[in-house]
Design a protein around this ligand. Structure first.
Ligand code: FES
Length: 150
């Protein structure tokens, strides 16, 4: 037995209403969950200079990683007494590098990448040198600034 066209039209209309209601209900449930899970956008804070520590801290430890805005920066005191600073993120796959005083290099433990004390690649897979920062000592305080500032 076939249904009348009027009954089929009513059935299609009900399907449309139910489907739309289900879609609206799913959206009202899922949107707050996604909104909660998604971290809020944070504006990039422009940092031009940071206090990395006191010169005494670098007498005790030869290197220290500090935050320069959102970037980690490694500040190294060389055996000559010079202070150097580089972005502490390896240019290969973004691992954090460390100072190997025994080797006289900045070393990435992830794939054995090595940089010299000018930030240039010595060996391993890193494709680019480390970004260099300026180090300024004022009295006992050690500041790190962007390399392009004079
Ligand atoms: S991430 Fe540093 S060498 Fe691969």
């Amino acid at each position: 037995m076939s249904e009348s066209p009027e009954t089929e039209g009513k059935r299609d209309f009900l399907k449309l209403i139910l489907g739309g209601s289900l879609t609206v209900w799913l959206g009202s449930v899922l949107y707050p969950i996604f909104a909660f899970l998604k971290p809020p956008a944070q504006p990039e804070v422009e940092v031009s200079s940071i206090l990395a520590g006191t010169i005494q801290e670098f007498e005790e430890a030869n290197a220290k990683i500090v935050r320069f805005g959102r970037k980690p920066v490694i500040v190294v005191k060389l055996e000559t007494g010079d202070l150097r600073a580089y972005e502490a993120t390896c240019t290969h796959l973004d691992c954090t590098v460390q100072y190997r005083r025994d080797l006289g290099v900045i070393w990435c433990a992830c794939h054995n990448g090595k940089y010299d004390m000018n930030g240039r690649v010595l060996s391993g897979p890193p494709p680019r040198p480390l970004e260099q920062f300026r180090v300024v000592q004022k009295d006992d305080d050690v500041y790190v600034t962007r390399g392009d500032e004079s």
